[in-house]
Design a protein around this ligand. Structure first.
Ligand code: ATP
Ligand code: MG
Length: 572
């Protein structure tokens, strides 16, 4: 049976004309203004009736596709004991991201950020033999992460809805098959949701494990950046892009020469003083890796991506040096650091692959106001470790085909991991194998941000007038507006309510604006803001039984007899 008719005269809905003061992203502004969500506290949201419908629609699509690959839905607690997360090491690794709490007896708990540990224990308890595997379990559940900057509405909540799934297999081929099933299901899910998305390779971060892919929805509000190759199918999170090492430059370089360069502690001042491009200089950024000062060398025209650096060096912590770090270190001359000579042995030297053996640079001479030129990698200094650390820029070569990459912003809507045996090892998750001997289970984990997907869809589909949902996700199939005198007996009201009954009878999900004392103009504005894909206006020609059909996306309008609306909308 179709959901009951939603009458706006009774709906818990208060639309707002103005953007909330703290809102920065389009989806945040529109979801609040259209009455879908309401802020409770920082990063914590109430879903109002229209919003709850959209959220449920996303969850339904996810559920259907998860069930279709044999996933079994469960619901685990969000309130979890600390011990399993201590066993895995994540109680500490998560740091400030974890909500920790204590019960009345002093027992330590946390609010689940994701549930690898708990699912591993569940399967250990329930599955004893290879015959019980493979198994795919999933839940759609509230997750908690004490995010540092929960500023973008439901895009990044501290409490949010996630679908998390876990696969358990006895061997690598099994895991590969489970991973493939999820990848394909995710493609179907995001297609059905009407999202524009890319599948990119990613770094796995705190989750561990060997390989992972992210599903990214391109949008200006996104906090992830990704590269896309226009010539081949390569796409990656910028944090996962590998640099193509330029061919070795074997030109015989003149000997190293030191120069007086007073007042040139930055790349800009140095390049201007010498009249050379920034790319001819070597930038040496000092960072502390677990407290030890380390230099990172990159071409002077490139920026170090600290996130990428931290990913490479994890679990070590990476911090920028501060003025205090230079006290008692005469070998470190701020603004004039170079990797060559004796100073170069004062710190470990990490470098971008572009700082290849045989390349020559202008760099600090480890003395105030002095630089050196013709400083050749391999001749005058050595690199302890090469790392991909620079911010990827548009036009950088594709690691697969060499064409110039494009760089865009996107929202991470899903993430799939081949975890392997990391958690199975920690919890000794074995089952009895075919040969009667125990085998260690191998796992995958697969997340989708349900609440985030709502915001991502809003970002991608909204226009100046408001939200604009694809039909499968919209809070209703049709939004009927009674646009006449605000009285119960006005022909517009009578026709609108009659049509609402008829469309409801035809199995359509109906929202009808039957509010008294609200002008047609305000109703139209609200209808555009709310974003149901089809708007039907009972207006000027209501007495003749003629309504106006408006397509929310294209703005196309057409007058048709009210009797024909049902057929139009059920034809799809
Ligand atoms: P991010 O990098 O955006 O913080 P993550 O990589 O930490 O996300 P995962 O641990 O991979 O996230 O979680 C699975 C999915 O849950 C993500 O792909 C995303 O869609 C969603 N998600 C993660 N954190 C949040 C959040 N704070 N609010 C809403 N959705 C989130
Ligand atoms: Mg992720």
């Amino acid at each position: 049976m179709a959901a009951p008719i939603q009458r706006m005269s009774r709906l818990l809905l208060k639309t707002l004309r103005d953007d909330p003061a703290d809102a920065e992203t389009l989806s945040h502004k529109l979801l609040v203004r259209a009455g879908y969500v309401r802020r409770s506290s920082a990063g914590v949201w109430t879903w109002l009736p229209l919003g709850k419908k959209v959220l449920d629609n996303v969850a339904r699509v996810v559920r259907e596709e998860m069930d279709a690959i044999g996933g079994q839905e469960v619901l685990l607690p969000a309130l979890l004991p600390k011990e399993p997360y201590e066993t895995s090491g994540r109680y500490d690794e998560y740091g400030d991201l974890l909500f920790r709490l204590t019960d009345r007896r002093g027992g330590a708990y946390l609010l689940g950020p994701t549930h690898e540990e708990i699912f591993t224990q569940l399967v250990k308890d329930q599955c004893a033999s290879y015959k019980d595997l493979p198994v795919i379990l999933y839940q759609i559940q509230t997750k908690y992460r004490d995010e540092a900057r929960p500023r973008s509405g439901v895009l990044r909540g501290r409490e949010f809805q996630m679908k998390d799934a876990y696969s358990f297999d006895v061997d690598d081929e099994g895991l590969a098959a489970s991973y493939r099933l999820h990848r394909e299901a995710y493609v179907r899910i995001f297609q059905r949701l009407g999202l524009d998305f890319r599948v990119v390779s990613a770094v796995s971060g705190a989750m561990g494990g060997s390989a992972s892919e992210e599903f990214l929805a391109p949008a200006a509000a996104g906090e992830d950046t990704f590269v896309d190759c226009p010539a081949c199918d390569y796409a990656a999170n910028t944090e996962a892009v590998t640099t193509v090492v330029p061919p070795r430059d074997d030109a015989a370089h003149p000997p190293l020469e030191e120069l007086d360069t007073p007042g040139t502690p930055t790349i800009e001042t140095l390049a201007a003083h010498l009249g050379v491009p920034a790319s001819a200089t070597l930038k040496n950024l000092l960072v502390k890796v677990d407290g030890e000062i380390v230099a990172v060398g990159v071409p002077g025209d490139r920026e170090v991506d600290l996130g990428k650096l931290a990913e490479h060096l994890a679990p070590a912590t990476v911090e920028l040096v501060t003025a205090e770090d230079f006290t008692g270190r005469p070998d470190l001359v701020r603004g004039y650091v170079g990797p060559q000579g004796r100073a170069g042995t004062a710190f470990r030297y990490l470098a971008d692959p572009r700082v290849a053996p045989g390349t020559a640079w202008i760099t600090g001479a480890n003395a105030e106001g002095r630089h050196a030129r013709n400083v050749v990698c391999g001749r005058d200094f050595t690199v302890d470790r090469y790392l991909d650390t620079v911010v990827v820029e548009p036009g950088d070569p594709c690691p697969r085909c060499g064409a110039g990459l494009t760089v865009g912003r996107a929202i991470e809507i899903g993430h799939i991991f081949r975890l392997g045996r990391r958690y199975a090892d920690v919890f000794a998750l074995d089952v009895l194998g075919r040969d009667g001997k125990p085998v260690r289970v191998t796992m995958g984990s697969y997340g989708i941000g349900i609440s985030r997907a709502v915001a991502a869809l809003a970002e991608q589909t909204a226009d100046e007038s408001g939200l604009c949902w694809p039909r499968e996700i919209a809070p209703a199939d049709v939004h009927i507006v009674a646009a006449g005198k605000p009285s119960a007996t006005a022909p517009q009201t009578v026709l609108a309510l009659d049509l609402a009954e008829r469309l409801h009878g035809a199995g359509l999900r109906v929202l009808v604006d039957d509010r008294a004392g609200v002008s047609p103009g305000v109703k139209f504005t609200d209808a555009e803001l709310i974003g149901v894909p089809t708007i039907v206006v009972a207006g000027r020609r209501a007495a003749e039984g003629v309504v106006e059909l408006r397509d929310r996306r294209s703005g196309r309008r057409e007058e048709i007899p009210a009797e024909e609306v049902a057929a139009r909308l059920t034809r799809g």
